[in-house]
Design a protein around this ligand. Structure first.
Ligand code: KIV
Ligand code: NA
Length: 278
């Protein structure tokens, strides 16, 4: 499907009507599963740095890796809204660099929009990307690309000052034209206030039940990332344990010569077999 048939701005119409539900995807299979399950959009998240590449954080992933994942997702999920997550230092340096890199997500990554972390600090950059014709998804609260500054992956907005800043950030992002705002790791009641304050949908992750939508990391939903299990995650399938069980069964079957059986083997006619010189 061509890119223009799916508009991120169509999500705005869902605000106040039905919850928007999204998930991350990184490769052909996770994307295909996401599309067939019926999510409203997929985010090719820089969480790929952790769940795919095994890094401790999202600082080290770059444009080339992100574009590779985006291309794979566009193959597995060609008919669903796809948003690419701009990696650390791909948008902070200058408006020009930000537009060029956001453009690469569209031109090479076949994405319908990009996600940028931050509020007021990135407002001018977000505005420039939007004015270039590339829809932007905002992301406030816990922004992992600032976890050094925030002192880890912690709940945000618990003090009057930081709560006030989050409300202001959401309003500024709406002003500069984002089509939705991700709110990560924020107390439920504060996420509710932010949701009431802006006219664009809020998509929560660890932000309680009052946001306009929810998003989770694919590997968390299906239990495939054994390293961290955040409090805000609900695991719907013990993927890691079940995959391991399947793999162990394969080993056991081979060791016991149960696999492959006749069913998984190819035949040759007796006639031909007889004539082979050995
Ligand atoms: O990278 C990611 O997966 C994200 C979501 C958690 C919102 O940014
Ligand atoms: Na991210």
């Amino acid at each position: 499907m061509s890119l223009f048939k799916l508009s991120p701005y169509s999500l705005i119409e869902k605000k106040g009507k039905e919850p928007i539900v999204a998930i991350t995807a990184y490769d052909y299979v996770s994307a295909k599963l996401a599309e067939e399950s019926g999510f409203d959009f997929v985010l090719i998240g820089d969480s790929a740095s952790m769940v795919i590449l095994g890094e401790e954080d999202t600082y080290s992933i770059g444009m080339e890796e992100m574009l590779l994942f985006c291309k794979a997702v566009s193959k597995g999920a060609p008919n669903i809204l796809r948003i690419g997550d701009m990696p650390f230092l791909s948008y902070q340096i200058s408006k020009e660099k930000a537009i060029l890199n956001a453009g690469r997500f569209v031109k090479e990554g076949r994405c319908h929009g990009v996600k940028v972390e931050g509020g007021e600090e990135v407002a001018e950059i977000v505005s420039a990307i939007v004015r270039a014709g590339i829809p932007v998804l905002g992301h406030i609260g816990l922004t992992p690309q600032r976890s050094m500054e925030l002192g880890g992956l912690k709940v945000q907005g618990k003090t009057i000052e930081s709560a006030q800043k989050l409300l202001r950030d959401a309003e500024i992002l709406e002003e500069v034209g984002v089509f939705a705002i991700i709110i990560e790791c924020v107390p439920a009641e504060l996420a509710k206030l932010i949701t009431q304050k802006v006219n664009v949908p809020t998509i929560g992750i660890g932000a309680g039940p009052y946001t306009d939508g929810q998003i989770l990391v694919f590997h968390d939903v299906v239990g495939l990332y054994p390293k961290i299990r955040p409090k805000f995650v609900k695991t719907y399938f013990e993927g890691y344990e079940n995959f391991k069980k399947a793999l162990k069964n394969f080993i056991n079957d081979c060791k016991n010569r149960v696999f492959p059986s006749e069913k998984e083997s190819f035949k040759i006619s007796e006639e031909v077999l007889k004539q082979i010189k050995f």
